[in-house]
Design a protein around this ligand. Structure first.
Ligand SMILES: Cc1cc2nc3c(=O)[nH]c(=O)nc-3n(C[C@H](O)[C@H](O)[C@H](O)COP(=O)(O)OP(=O)(O)OC[C@H]3O[C@@H](n4cnc5c(N)ncnc54)[C@H](O)[C@@H]3O)c2cc1C
Length: 388
């Protein structure tokens, strides 16, 4: 992979050739679109249908996870690539931080044609004020028509602040994105009215069109180390003084059973367990399987387990290989968070419960008999395996 870097002075810099060398790559009309899917590059000054003028490009805000790009941002680079190809515009990545060289390169490998970045000590950890300041400054200068942000704790916070600063609309917590090519509008889908309808929402009058997208509802971009792109770095002056919040340190969540995002196997419990004491049946089964523990809102509201375990529309969206639902009815708001699971196993005494229709394997029976027996059998099999 190679990339050209444009410093704020406007001088082009190619890491291979040195400062002022020829730019390593020229954006072709087809940008990073698939072979054969040639699209025309359009003028940045066209007039949107009743929208604001002079906005072009799809941007993805790059969130960090440890030293690399967070999963949700990889998913958005994948989705953003398709939107950019449909519009015939470049895909941009917005990268902020104090030490971001590796992130800039990774964003290009994952499909960005251009990386817009800013470095500053204040951007070391996420805080609303500095991130909103730098992000809005870059967006105002380079005027993308679409900005996508992960619907994570960080992304939800930043997107709200940015929408206010940029005086534009924000569609939060979306589950699908597409382009209305005739009107050149972003169409976002999200469950609304308690998940009873799927709303398609557009923002025809303001730019950029902004959306936060739930993690794990889209496929991540496929890395291509041979991709080339352009890095545009902006040095901005920022005073630390006005920052109302400073970070003193981080404490890792002790309850690892709530690490639902990366779990391959999840055992989740619902109101069918009837009490906090009984919820232990779910925890025991999860422990025997080496699985994470999930819960419905009913179980969380009853105080049997903390909110970190809640799965669904107002909880986390999960994508495990195996999802075991114990005493869960499968309300639409719960299913919204589990439907991308590879295999769903439901244990419920009611064969008509909605979860049974969504399940790959529906086990009809009393959880108080089935779950302890299952846990015992798994422990026995594991013991046998260890002895071999
Ligand atoms: C705006 C909004 C957002 C929401 N967000 C979420 C969300 O993010 N996540 C979420 O989960 N919910 C959410 N809800 C709540 C949701 O509508 C349901 O109320 C909730 O999911 C029901 O939880 P449950 O399946 O545990 O309980 P119930 O619906 O009461 O189901 C209990 C199930 O246990 C079974 N059962 C009982 N006893 C046994 C037994 N002995 N053996 C086997 N099975 C048994 C029953 O047959 C039943 O199917 C939301 C609601 C609204 C309005």
């Amino acid at each position: 992979m190679s990339q050209s870097v444009t410093e704020p002075s406007g001088v082009s810099y190619n890491p291979k050739n040195g400062r002022g060398g020829a730019r390593s790559f020229t954006l072709a009309g087809s940008f990073g679109c698939n072979k054969g899917a040639t699209v025309e590059s359009r003028s940045a000054n066209r007039v949107e249908e009743s929208g604001e003028k002079g906005h072009e490009g799809v941007w993805v805000f790059i969130e960090r996870d440890g030293g690399g790009i967070a999963g949700v941002s990889k998913e958005l680079l994948g989705a953003g690539r398709k939107l950019a190809c449909d519009l015939g515009v470049p895909l941009g990545a917005l990268v902020l931080g104090d030490d971001i060289d590796a992130l800039e390169k990774e964003a290009i490998v994952l499909g960005a044609d251009r990386v817009y970045s800013s470095r500053h000590d204040s951007l070391r950890h996420y805080r609303t004020d500095p991130y909103a300041f730098f992000a809005s400054a870059l967006i105002k200068k380079y005027r993308p028509e679409i900005v996508l942000i992960g619907a994570t704790t960080t992304g939800r916070d930043l997107a709200g602040a940015l929408a206010v600063e940029l005086r534009t609309g924000l569609c939060a917590d979306c589950t699908a994105l597409s382009i209305d090519t005739r009107r050149r509008l972003l169409v976002v889908e999200k469950p609304a009215f308690g998940g009873n309808i799927l709303a398609s929402i557009v923002c025809p009058k303001r730019r950029p069109q902004m959306a936060t997208v739930r993690p794990r509802v889209m496929e991540p971009a496929t890395p291509d180390p041979s991709r080339r792109g352009e890095i545009i770095r902006e040095n901005l002056h920022y005073e630390e003084n006005p920052v109302a919040l400073s970070i003193l340190g981080f404490t890792k969540e002790k309850d690892v059973s709530a690490d639902l995002a990366s779990a391959d196997v999840i055992v989740a419990g619902g109101r069918g367990l009837k009490s906090a004491e009984n919820f232990k049946l779910v925890e025991d089964l999860a422990q025997a399987l080496g699985a994470a523990v999930g819960a419905t809102r009913a179980a969380v509201d009853a105080g049997w387990v903390s909110y970190a375990h809640q799965i669904g529309q107002t909880g986390i969206t999960v994508k495990p290989k195996v999802y075991i639902a114990v005493g869960i009815s499968g309300a639409i708001q719960h299913l919204a968070g589990v439907q991308t699971s590879e295999t769903i196993i439901a244990i419920n005494k009611d064969p008509e419960a909605p979860i049974m229709k969504a399940a790959t394997l529906a086990v009809v029976g009393d959880l108080f008999k089935i779950v302890p027996a299952l846990t015992r059998e798994i422990k026995r099999l594991k013991g046998e395996h260890m002895r071999r």
